[in-house]
Each structure stands twice: as structure tokens, then as C-alpha cells.
Ligand binder design. Structure first.
Ligand SMILES: Cc1cc2nc3c(=O)[nH]c(=O)nc-3n(C[C@H](O)[C@H](O)[C@H](O)COP(=O)(O)O)c2cc1C
Length: 343
């Protein structure tokens, strides 16, 4: 009998066609502002095992004239473009079109439209999940972007503003009719920011309503979760957020059966510092490491204490010394991460 990781990997390694383009693997990195930056993506790319990576959300108004060597967010390595999707947020079809056209011109795999973010600063301007209150406008955005580019168009959304899966099902169909090539669905109500568990059954209802692929998202922590979501919901792929920050080798583990060695933790922390230093100025690199660290420290027993030690100081040299010191004590690794450290 196949082990659960073999079953998971067999499923994930099936090709999938999205908007006429084929991906070899159905495991993707979810968009995460402040976490899914160029350095994390380079680290994940080194470990391999994923189908697509997504950038954190970029402002559609800024993207057309953004200087990618200055912007910390709208920044990429040329070699990742064939598997990188750029996510944009905005509230008007015109600005979303211009941003998507720049994204196509730069050579990204696709563009992802954000209908899921429920942070007040984004929703106040009518972007993100606020667009689920105006389904017509949300669909106009999808339609106009689809008509303006030939790369795949993704839409990421959540249940809506009421706990009513029939709304999500309706939105999924409308997005498909408007031309979306794939959906990422996060089954939580806005503005719940991960305080209650996502309702996976709603993913099943959404996938059942459309013929385009749906990537299920929310609380995937271990291979058994991945298998369960696929079997329970019949979704076509998985989208991993926070756990990919805690374990950037997760993609290789789930699809290539990579067995992480104990030293992978020390290696990952040091490599993250190195890659942040490669791509960013020191102050920003230190800031990004401090955002990464809570998720990473969730891997350890007494993670809160380890976190305090790991982020002490203001320079990259401080951070490197912290990591070396922490791993001299051989911290105990938890089977399931301490989710209190995830936000
Ligand atoms: C720090 C942080 C930033 C996020 N930024 C974005 C974003 O820019 N765009 C987006 O669509 N979702 C964003 N999300 C939501 C994730 O894509 C994902 O839906 C959520 O974390 C649930 O998946 P998970 O349980 O695998 O982490 C963010 C989540 C976190 C924790």
C-alpha cells in the first residue's frame, strides 16, 4: 500500500493546464505580503518541488511605473519568471489592466487578482475583499484584465462577508464566466484573519461549481492535511501560505519525498539571512528576517524564547551570531508547529 506522502506526491505531481499553460505540479506558494518576497522565493526555488510561486500583493496603481530595482515588493529574479505569478490589488478595471499589461510584458507566468485581503487599509479603498461587496465590479475587473493580456488570469478570494457558502459558489461561477483561468479559494469570512479554522467543505462546493482549477487554501500544515484537503474537497491544487515560511523545503518534502535532516533548520535560517542580504539593504533585510522568524521559530519547543534570541539586535551580523548560538544548543523540533507563533 502507498504511504500517505506517496499518495500526496502522486496527486500533486500531475500536470495541470491553466489558461493554456501547463504546470508540472499542483503545489503553490500563496501570496503573502511581507513574507513571500524575492529572498524567500529564492530559498524555496533552491529546495524545489513547487508548481507556482506567487508574489505578495502589489498595488495596481504603482505597478505600471514601479522601478523593480527599488521596489521591495515588485521585484523578482529573471529565472523565476516562468513559474512566478504576480498578485495585484486595486479597485478599478483601468488600473488593474495597466498593471496586468506590465506584468505580462515583464514575462511573469500569470497575474493574480486579489479579492481576498480583508485588512482595513486595503478594504477602505475598495480593494481586496471589499470587492466581494460589489460582485459586478469584481467581475468587470476580471473581464477587462482577461481581455487585455494573454497570460493566465488567477483570482484569489474568500467566502465573503457572511458565512454563506452559496455566495462563494456564486462568485466562483461569476469569476469563471468573466474569464478567470484558475481560482485560489480561502474558505474564511472577512474580516476573520485566521482566528477561526477555515471551512474546507466550502472549497468542495466552490470546486464543484466550476470547471477551472481551484487551489484550496487555509491551514495546510502537514502532508496529511494536504491529502485530506485534496480527498475531501476534490480541489485541483493546493496553496500553502504560512507553513511555507516555517518550512521553505515543504514543497520538496510533499512532492519529492525529501526527508529533512536536522541541520536543515540551521541551514535555512542562515541561508535566509544570506539571501535577504543579497537582495536588500541591511535595514530592510533585518526587518524582513524579523517577520520571517516567528513562523520559523514555531518549529521548536520553547519557540517563543528562541524567537526572542533570534531577533535580538539590529544588524545582519547580530542575526547570524544569534542563529549560530541557538543551534549550538540543539533546540528540540516539534512534530506540529506551535501555531501560537503564527499570526
Ligand atoms: C503575513 C501575511 C500576508 C498575507 N498577504 C497576502 C497577500 O498579499 N495577498 C493575499 O491574497 N493573501 C495574503 N495572505 C493570505 C494568505 O495568502 C493565505 O490565504 C492565508 O495565510 C491562509 O493560508 P495558510 O493557512 O496556508 O497560511 C497573507 C497572509 C499572511 C499571514
Amino acid at each position: 500500500m502507498m504511504s500517505s506522502i506517496d499518495r500526496l506526491s502522486a496527486y500533486l505531481k500531475k500536470e495541470l493546464i491553466i489558461g493554456g499553460k501547463t504546470i508540472k505540479n499542483r503545489l503553490t506558494l500563496a501570496p503573502m505580503a511581507g513574507l513571500g518576497h524575492i529572498a524567500l522565493r529564492e530559498l524555496i526555488s533552491e529546495f524545489k518541488g513547487f508548481g507556482l510561486l506567487f508574489t505578495g500583493m502589489c498595488s495596481a496603481k504603482a505597478v505600471p511605473h514601479e522601478n523593480s530595482s527599488i521596489s521591495p515588493v515588485f521585484r523578482w529574479r529573471q529565472t523565476e519568471l516562468p513559474y512566478l505569478v504576480c498578485q495585484i490589488f486595486g479597485s478599478e478595471p483601468e488600473s488593474m489592466i495597466l498593471a496586468a499589461q506590465r506584468i505580462e510584458k515583464e514575462g511573469f507566468f500569470g497575474v493574480d487578482l486579489n479579492f481576498g485581503c480583508s485588512v482595513a487599509a486595503i478594504c477602505k479603498k475598495g480593494s481586496g475583499a471589499a470587492l466581494l461587496k460589489t460582485p459586478q465590479l469584481a467581475c468587470d475587473i476580471v473581464k477587462s484584465v482577461k481581455a487585455s493580456v494573454s497570460i493566465p488570469v488567477f483570482a484569489k478570494f474568500r467566502t465573503g462577508w457572511k458565512n454563506d457558502p452559496s455566495f462563494a459558489v456564486k462568485m466562483a461561477s461569476l469569476f469563471e464566466e468573466s474569464g478567470a483561468d484558475a481560482l485560489t479559494f480561502h474558505p474564511r469570512v472577512a474580516p476573520d484573519r485566521r482566528s477561526r479554522p477555515p471551512i474546507w467543505d466550502h472549497i468542495a462546493q466552490v470546486q464543484n461549481a466550476v470547471s477551472i482549477p481551484v487551489f484550496g487554501n487555509g491551514n495546510l500544515f502537514e502532508p496529511s492535511d494536504g491529502l485530506k484537503m485534496l480527498e475531501q474537497t476534490q480541489c485541483q491544487g493546493l496553496s500553502i501560505g504560512r507553513m511555507a515560511v516555517a518550512k521553505p523545503w515543504l514543497f520538496a518534502q510533499w512532492t519529492e519525498n525529501l526527508i529533512p535532516e536536522k541541520d536543515i533548520y540551521r541551514y535555512t535560517a542562515l541561508r535566509m539571512i544570506h539571501l535577504l542580504a543579497k537582495h536588500y539593504e541591511e535595514i530592510y533585510a533585518v526587518k524582513m528576517f524579523k517577520k520571517f522568524a516567528p513562523y520559523f521559530c514555531a518549529n521548536f519547543k520553547f519557540g517563543h524564547n528562541i524567537l526572542k534570541k533570534m531577533i535580538y539586535g539590529d544588524t545582519l551580523v547580530d542575526l547570524k551570531q544569534n542563529v549560530e548560538m541557538i543551534f549550538q544548543d540543539q533546540p528540540e523540533i516539534l512534530q506540529r508547529p506551535n501555531l501560537n507563533l503564527f499570526s
